[in-house]
Design a protein around this ligand. Structure first.
Ligand SMILES: Nc1ccn([C@@H]2O[C@H](COP(=O)(O)OP(=O)(O)OP(=O)(O)O)[C@@H](O)[C@H]2O)c(=O)n1
Ligand SMILES: C[C@](O)(CO)[C@H](O)COP(=O)(O)O
Length: 233
């Protein structure tokens, strides 16, 4: 079988509403670097990607000031309203460059703490896998299901023995992922990650255990935590 190439997609077209900052969170700084630049450099410097596509918000005014804007390994395109739209936009932008059997690794711009060992382990584990999969962390807390009343009161405690938190990267074949996302969007089936789209198409992606400190920067308190994690790696 022809050797498959590995492509990188880094969705960076969000507006970071929950962060309540003066700019989209991927352009907040840790140690004087954009979070987006930290994420991209930790990926591109630690795995053999054939190319990288970064979907940006149509109103993005920060990209030109990023380190990454001068990196000729990186292409950009315009993202969409939802994360899935942005990922699909990036896949369409790779049409003509990526083959259907090539692998695509999708990683949130908002996750700069991805450890290089987790990146390598995911790629090595999945490269011969028939479907692909994702980094995930087994749930370590007791989980409560809230009732639907005005106050979040406990309805029940959920059995967590088979529950995992989906992280990124998530890695699937280019053609299969593109078709799966197109089916979801045509069906009006909203998905928040690539695995959900592959599941909707009848696949069972592999869960690859990753570090729990692969934090998605989402709310203000995540910034200091991410800075601490990066300082320790
Ligand atoms: N339409 C969108 C929405 C999100 N993302 C990206 O997907 C990743 C994870 O999404 P999330 O944490 O939800 O980011 P935001 O959508 O920006 O956050 P919020 O929901 O608080 O607005 C981020 O890197 C974000 O930039 C994207 O490319 N396109
Ligand atoms: C893709 C993801 O990182 C998996 O946990 C997450 O779903 C993205 O964040 P969002 O808030 O769901 O867009």
């Amino acid at each position: 079988m022809k050797h498959s190439d590995l492509w990188l997609v880094v969705p960076a077209a969000g507006i970071g509403q929950r962060m309540k900052a003066e700019c989209p969170k991927q352009y907040l700084k840790i140690s004087d670097r954009f979070i987006l630049d930290i994420t991209l450099s930790r990926l591109l410097d630690n795995a053999p990607f054939k190319g990288c596509m970064v979907p940006l918000n149509s109103r993005d005014q920060w990209w030109p000031d990023s380190e990454s804007a001068n990196d000729d390994r990186i292409q950009t395109c315009t993202g969409g309203n939802e994360r899935a739209d942005s990922v699909l936009s990036a896949l369409h932008a790779l049409d003509g460059q990526a083959d259907d059997n090539d692998w695509v690794l999708v990683h949130d711009a908002a996750r700069p703490c991805l450890h290089p060992h987790d990146l390598s382990n995911l790629i090595d584990t999945l490269f011969e896998h028939p479907v692909g999969g994702l980094l995930a962390a087994p749930v370590a807390d007791t989980l409560k299901l809230a009732g639907r009343g005005a106050e979040p009161e406990v309805e029940e405690t959920v059995d967590r023995s088979q529950l995992w938190r989906a992280l990124t990267p998530q890695m699937f074949r280019f053609g299969a992922l593109k078709s799966a996302l197109e089916l979801c969007l045509k069906s009006g089936h909203g998905v928040t990650d690539e695995s959900s789209a592959m599941e909707f198409s009848g696949n069972m992606p592999l869960l690859v255990e990753g570090r729990a400190d692969n934090l998605k920067i989402t709310v203000p308190s995540d910034l200091g935590l991410a800075e601490f994690i990066l300082s320790r790696q």
